[in-house]
Design a protein around this ligand. Structure first.
Ligand code: PFF
Length: 444
């Protein structure tokens, strides 16, 4: 059985799965369209009170069974339908990666443009236009999406320990450093205060049912919970790992990156007189202008994009890993074969999302572009449904004592904290998720 080479390797890989487009690219634009500060507040509450308990639940399922996303449920609840949670997670990851890779491709395009001098010396308007033109060019976006997936397939086909783990060690600290530099520039721009206020000051009047739904979806998306990715990852974990501490570190890092990203983007948005509700293009429109106002800006911009690409890739690895692991079943040749087969299928399924920013922008599903519809389906329906099922499964199928015993392997968690976690998982998580669904459907 393959295992992580060290404790740090697991945290980095799990945090690598969590931290990606969700915290860096999606969080600011969804906060921008969903009320700013109040969104941040609700997002943090969801992440800590619902996301964290669920994450720990997934870690327990994986480590206690040492099996993939389907077999683990089968082992805990044999001869039942509960393993469908794993199947749902796999389908969700498949769709998720299909549009995730579109944005991964955008980063690839911008790295290329940055290196070849295409991102220097433009005005804010020119940067927006340039990005608009780039992502509406069908062959360019689809090609870039393909490159992004090729890298993902290549790494996953090599297996977790030599693939995902090795690459993980240096990039995260580097990403933090560059974010800090970016924030310093952003908050010292003229008029930055307005952006800081928008991002940090909760305006209760901005809350709608959608704000709450989006905050919930965002918190699951950014933690990679609800799809059994963390089950699969922790199945490679040894028994002496401290699970509560791992879960807390992952949550902490994920929230921190979202905060950093918001602090880098909103002051600049307001300073440049841009609109915070620009949607998926927000980060790509704003950042080149901020970097453009720094000495050696283009170097920083390219460095940022490379780290951003790396963070995005480590999430993509986890998404493909969970699809491939149940069919590869530890067999190397099969892993290779199915990484390519599924990776290429995901590419094909993702093409309409890529085209929806250009030649297919007139096609809508429930008033949303294909890309937005795929994202909505995953973030606001499939992830919460998966999370709901896991929150029901864990307390129902694993006894309270067995859960406590599993957590005590490698940690010295007190009974009191354990009971708090148990209550959050068993009662708060399902009630809140169902409540949010009913609220959005207008039933309550
Ligand atoms: N957490 C990743 C991000 O925020 O970019 C996205 C993600 C990866 C979600 C893996 C779900 C998952 F299983």
């Amino acid at each position: 059985m393959e295992q992580w080479s060290s404790k740090l390797a697991f945290i980095l890989a799990a945090a690598g799965s969590a931290i990606g487009l969700g915290a860096i690219w999606k969080f600011p634009y969804v906060a921008g369209t969903s009320g700013g500060g109040i969104f941040l507040l609700i997002f943090i509450l969801f992440t800590v009170l619902v996301g964290l308990p669920l994450l720990l639940g997934e870690l327990i399922i994986g480590r206690s069974t040492q099996k993939d996303a389907i077999q683990s449920y089968k082992q805990i609840a044999p001869n039942s339908a509960w393993h469908l949670i794993g199947c749902l997670g796999i389908v969700t990851c498949f769709i998720l990666l299909s549009f995730y890779s579109v944005v991964g491709g955008w980063i690839v395009i911008y790295i290329f443009k940055g290196i070849t001098g295409g991102l220097t010396g433009l005005t804010e308007q020119q940067y927006s236009d340039l990005f608009g033109q780039s992502i509406s060019n069908p062959s360019l976006t689809v090609f870039a999406q393909f490159i992004f997936l090729l890298i993902t397939i290549f790494v996953v086909s090599k297996g977790i320990s030599n693939g995902i783990e090795k690459a993980n060690k240096f990039m995260m600290p580097a990403l933090f450093v560059i974010f800090l530099i970016l924030i310093i520039r952003s908050v010292t721009l003229d008029g930055a205060m307005e952006g800081i206020t928008f991002f940090l000051k909760p305006e209760i009047s901005n809350v709608t049912s959608e704000t709450i739904l989006y905050a919930m979806g965002q918190s699951f998306f950014a933690l990679s919970v609800g799809v059994s990715v963390m089950v699969t990852y922790s199945s490679y974990l040894s028994k002496n790992e401290n699970l509560p501490q791992s879960a807390i570190s992952i949550v902490f890092l994920s929230v921190l990156v979202a905060l950093l990203s918001g602090l880098a983007i909103f002051p600049a948005v307001f300073s440049f007189g841009l609109s915070p509700d620009a949607g998926p293009v927000l980060l790509f429109n704003v950042l080149p202008t901020v970097f453009g106002q720094m000495p050696f800006g283009i170097l920083f911009l390219v460095a940022f994009l490379l780290l951003f690409l790396f963070a995005t890739l480590t999430s993509a690895f986890s998404l493909l890993e969970i699809v491939v692991a149940p069919v590869a079943k530890g067999n190397e040749a099969k892993r290779k074969k199915y990484s390519w087969i599924f990776g290429l299928c995901i590419f094909i399924v993702g093409i309409p999302s890529a085209l929806s920013f250009g030649i297919w922008n007139h096609i809508t599903i429930f008033d949303k572009s294909i890309f937005d519809a795929a994202d909505f389906l995953v973030s606001n329906i499939l992830l919460p449904v998966g999370a709901l099922l896991i929150s029901i499964f864990v307390p129902l199928k694993i006894s309270k004592e067995a859960l406590f015993a599993e957590l005590l392997h490698g940690s010295s968690i007190s009974r009191k904290i354990f009971v708090m976690w148990y209550i959050l998982l068993k009662y708060l998580a399902p009630i809140v998720i169902i409540f949010v669904f009913l609220d959005v459907l207008g039933i309550i």
